[in-house]
Ligand binder design. Sequence first.
Ligand code: SF4
Ligand code: SF4
Length: 189
Amino acid sequence: MLRLKGNPEEKNFLREVIQRSGQNLLECLQCGKCSGSCPITSDTVPGPRRLIAMILSGMKQQSLNDPTWWYCVSCGSCASRCPVEINMYQVATTLCEMAEETGIKPSEPAIHLFEEVFLKSVRKNGRVQELKAVMEFNLRSFTPFKDAVKGAKLIVKGAIKPKDMVARAKSDPEILRIFERVERMRHGE
Ligand code: SF4
Ligand code: SF4
């Protein structure tokens, strides 16, 4: 799918996304295999195929405001099924950086808080302790009872265990090394 029409700003946007992400979006066939396997694509989240179509069309504002890349969980399903090996995670990371550079706020306001709580739990315990993480997130986002009914049902079914609240998992040295490496990369070391 080759889209090189459009005004200079639109073409620059497409060129910048391709250069920064290292993904040649011009090769996209719009086959939809990526969105078909993407766990976040829904009625409200357009998904990778439609996001790529917007980028190819030079729709900068719409692309930077699209919820797809905020919700991307880097699972790699899209890349593993894509016939031209486009890795959407790299595109999502690029759009995230570009949105932050232009001062665009996340479509999901609490997403940075979620990221912080999630990573803190992984760093401390070597994995996510779901119950603790959800409770901390809900408390800090001022919605303490948001998942109360759902949580009670999961406890009754045994899907989550209250004893996890007091269980102390061990930090994993390898995971701590990954965090340290990311910190060093952030500081340009
Ligand atoms: S699977 Fe690849 S080629 Fe197909 S729409 Fe997605 S990114 Fe484009
Ligand atoms: S890496 Fe992101 S865009 Fe690709 S399938 Fe996973 S969640 Fe969807």
